[in-house]
Each structure stands twice: as structure tokens, then as C-alpha cells.
Design a protein around this ligand. Structure first.
Ligand SMILES: [Cu+2]
Length: 245
């Protein structure tokens, strides 16, 4: 058995090494268009790096057992009984439990704190967002501009979104993939989220520049999205003047 453990261990280490290398070297993230995106991506990467050895451990244990201990096709009856290993179970619980507790603190608690750090700051732009089946309505506070399914924001600014869903509507979710921000839109409730857009771009160049509903809300949920455009400050002021009622 110890020879099996050794071989399975080698397979586990090799698979883990390949996986970790891929995770670290391969930039698989979509466009990062806000400061928040960096925080979220760092957290995601850390969770993936920590979780990968657990994943390869399970896959190796199952895969190795399937091939090494498979029975012949003419075998009858049960195999020999397997007794649990108290030390193995205790070690498994200790390691995965410690991992869970650690990630609740970091990047869980520390990451949320970072994302909410600007909550007390004075925003440059305030957008009141109302979701309804199946459009997004954006009201630029203090600027007399209201748009439907079109969100234009100045780069390098603090944008605060006050989000709700129309009365007698359903729950939606305000998600901007390029900003890595997401919060529910709930009838009768206003939720808040901040974003610091830091990269000029638009939906036409990259579809991650969009507000996508992320809560199944009915027939047209999948196409309930708004085009996002991040522009320089001069262009934003021009756009506001053109759009002002
Ligand atoms: Cu929706």
C-alpha cells in the first residue's frame, strides 16, 4: 500500500505543479476596467491557487483508485471491507477547515473592506439605477440626465451607484463584468456599490463593458444588459451637456 501512496502522491504533486503553473502564468481574466477589478482578481487567483491542490488531491485519489484497484470483469461479490482511517479523516478536516477559516479572513474580510474603503468618500458621479423587466434606467444625480440601457462614465473617477428595482417588479442584479462589481437590485430597497473606472473603453470594443442582469428575472433576463462607455472627463462633460434635458 505504501508504494501506492507514493505513486499517488507523485501524481498529485505533478498535477498540482502543472495546475499552479497554468494559474500563475496564464492571464485568463477578462479586461480589468476598474480599481475594484484588481482587488477581485487578486482574491480569485489566491482562492484558485489554494483550492487547486485540494481539487487535484480528490481527482488523483479517485482516478488512481479506479485504475489501480479495478476488479476484473468476471469478479463476483464485494471487495474486502475498508475501515476508516481516523488519522486521515482528522488530517483532512484540519487542513480543509484551516483553509476555509483562513480565506474567510483573507481575501474574504480584507477584500470586502478594500472594496468598501471609498464608501465614506464624496463621489464624483452618482448614478441612481432602477432595474425592471427588462431594462436598466440610469439617472445621473444632479445632472438632469436619464438614460435607458446606456451608461457613460468618466475615467479615473469615483462613481457611486444607488441601485433598486421598480416596485412590483422582481429581483435583478447589477453586474459590470469589466469592473468586477455586482450587487442585487431589490424592489423597495436601495443597495449601493462604488466603482473607480480606470480604463477607457466601450461595449463596442469589449462586451465586458456592460451592465448585465445577473439574477434570473424572466423571459428576457439574458438580454437585459446596458452598454457601458468609459470616456475621458472632457468627453463626459460634453455628453452630459448633449443629454441634459
Ligand atoms: Cu433582470
Amino acid at each position: 500500500l505504501s508504494k501506492d501512496l507514493l505513486w499517488a502522491g507523485i501524481v498529485w504533486i505533478v498535477l498540482s505543479a502543472i495546475g499552479e503553473l497554468l494559474l500563475i502564468r496564464w492571464d485568463f481574466f477578462p479586461v480589468r476596467a476598474s480599481e475594484e477589478a484588481g482587488v477581485v482578481d487578486d482574491a480569485f487567483l489566491l482562492l484558485a491557487v489554494l483550492g487547486l491542490p485540494v481539487f487535484t488531491f480528490v481527482v488523483t485519489a479517485i482516478g488512481y483508485s479506479l485504475f489501480r484497484f479495478r476488479s476484473t470483469s468476471d469478479a463476483q461479490g464485494d471487495g474486502p471491507p475498508v475501515r476508516t482511517s481516523r488519522r486521515g479523516v482528522a488530517l483532512w478536516l484540519a487542513v480543509t477547515g484551516a483553509l476555509c477559516l483562513a480565506v474567510i479572513v483573507h481575501p474574504g474580510y480584507t477584500g470586502l473592506r478594500e472594496l468598501r474603503a471609498s464608501a465614506g468618500d464624496e463621489p464624483d458621479v452618482v448614478v441612481n439605477v432602477t432595474a425592471q423587466q427588462w431594462v436598466w434606467v440610469f439617472e445621473y444625480q444632479g445632472r438632469a440626465v436619464t438614460t435607458i440601457n446606456e451608461l457613460v462614465l468618466p475615467v479615473d473617477s469615483l462613481v457611486r451607484f444607488n441601485i433598486t428595482s421598480r416596485d412590483e417588479d422582481v429581483v435583478h442584479s447589477f453586474w459590470v463584468p469589466a469592473f468586477r462589481i455586482k450587487v442585487d437590485a431589490v424592489p423597495g430597497l436601495v443597495t449601493h456599490i462604488d466603482a473607480h473606472p480606470n480604463r477607457i473603453g466601450s461595449f463596442d470594443e469589449d462586451v465586458n463593458y456592460r451592465v448585465q442582469c445577473a439574477e434570473l428575472c424572466g423571459l428576457k433576463h439574458a438580454i437585459m444588459f446596458a452598454r457601458v462607455r468609459v470616456v475621458d472627463d472632457a468627453e463626459f462633460q460634453k455628453w452630459v451637456l448633449e443629454r441634459a434635458r
